[in-house]
Ligand binder design. Structure first.
Ligand SMILES: *C/C=C(C)/C=C/C=C(C)/C=C/C1=C(C)CCCC1(C)C
Length: 248
C-alpha cells in the first residue's frame, strides 16, 4: 500500500501523532539531561546520566513504535515492553542513588529491580500470550493481578517502606521533597498503565475506552513518567549541588 510506504500521519490519527511527538520529546529530554550533567556536582552526575538513559532508551523505542504503528495500525506491545523492562528498573536505580547517601544498600536496589521486572514480565505474559491476544488488545486477569503485586511492592517502598524511611533519614529537605514528588509519579502516573490494561477487551474497564486508544494514554503516561521524573531528579541534583558549592 502506498500509504504504508510514505507513512504519512492522518490528521485525526492521535495514536500515531503521540508516538511521533513522544519520540521527539524523549530525544530532546536526553540531550538536555546529558548536557546538564555539567551543571551538577560530581555526586549527582550519575543521577543525570540515568535520567538521560531513561529518555534515550525510550526515544529509540518510540522511533520503532511509531513506524510499527503506522504500518500495521496495531499496538507495538513487544517494543513497549522491551522499553519498559529497560527503563523502569533504571527508575528504581534513581531511587537508590537518591537515598544512597542516607545509607541505601545494594539489597534495596535489587529488591526494587526484581519487583519492577516481575511486574513487567507478568504484564507482558498477560497481554501477549493470552488467547486472542494477537492484536494485543486482550489481557489476562490473573497475570494482571500478579503484576500488580510488584507494583504495590514498589509503591509501598517509596511511600512507607525502605525508600521513604531513608529519604526521611537523609536530613535534606530537598531529597525528602524530591522523593515525595517521585512517589506521586509512581502512585498517579504509573497507575495509568494498569488502567490501560483493564481497558482491553474483556477487561473490567473495557466499556470506558476503546482498546485502540490505549496507546494514546500509554504515550502520555510515558512522557510524564520519564521526562517529568527525570526533571524532578534534575531539580534535586541542582539544588543539592548549589548547597555543596555554598558550603565550600
Ligand atoms: C516509562 C514506563 C513506565 C514508568 C512503565 C510503568 C509500567 C507499569 C507501572 C505497569 C504496570 C502494570 C500493572 C500494575 C498491572 C497490569 C500490567 C501492567 C504491566 C500494565
Amino acid at each position: 500500500m502506498l500509504l504504508n510506504v510514505i507513512q504519512t500521519i492522518a490528521p485525526d490519527n492521535y495514536v500515531a501523532f503521540t508516538f511521533f511527538i513522544g519520540y521527539i520529546a524523549m530525544l530532546a529530554a536526553s540531550v538536555f539531561f546529558f548536557i546538564e550533567r555539567n551543571s551538577v556536582s560530581d555526586k549527582w552526575k550519575m543521577s543525570l546520566l540515568v535520567s538521560g538513559l531513561i529518555t534515550g532508551i525510550a526515544a529509540v523505542h518510540y522511533y520503532y513504535m511509531r513506524d510499527y504503528n503506522l504500518v500495521t495500525g496495531d499496538s507495538p506491545t513487544f517494543f513497549r515492553y522491551v522499553d519498559w523492562i529497560l527503563t523502569v528498573p533504571l527508575m528504581c536505580v534513581e531511587f537508590y542513588l537518591l537515598t544512597r547517601l542516607a545509607g541505601a544498600t545494594k539489597s534495596l536496589l535489587w529488591k526494587l529491580i526484581f519487583a519492577s521486572t516481575w511486574m513487567l514480565v507478568c504484564g507482558y505474559i498477560g497481554e501477549a500470550f493470552n488467547p486472542g491476544g494477537v492484536r494485543a488488545t486482550s489481557h489476562s486477569v490473573i497475570w494482571g493481578v500478579l503484576s500488580t503485586l510488584g507494583y504495590l511492592y514498589i509503591l509501598h517502598s517509596v511511600w512507607l517502606g525502605e525508600v521513604a524511611k531513608l529519604s526521611e533519614a537523609s536530613g535534606s529537605d530537598v531529597v525528602k521533597k524530591g522523593v515525595r514528588a517521585l512517589g506521586w509519579f509512581v502512585l498517579v502516573g504509573w497507575a495509568i498503565y494498569p488502567i490501560g490494561y483493564m481497558c482491553m477487551d474483556g477487561g473490567w474497564l473495557s466499556g470506558i475506552m476503546s482498546p485502540d486508544k490505549i496507546d494514546v494514554w500509554y504515550n502520555l503516561a510515558d512522557a510524564i513518567n520519564k521526562i517529568g521524573f527525570g526533571l524532578v531528579v534534575y531539580s534535586i541534583a541542582i539544588a543539592e549541588s548549589k548547597k555543596e558549592t555554598a558550603k565550600s
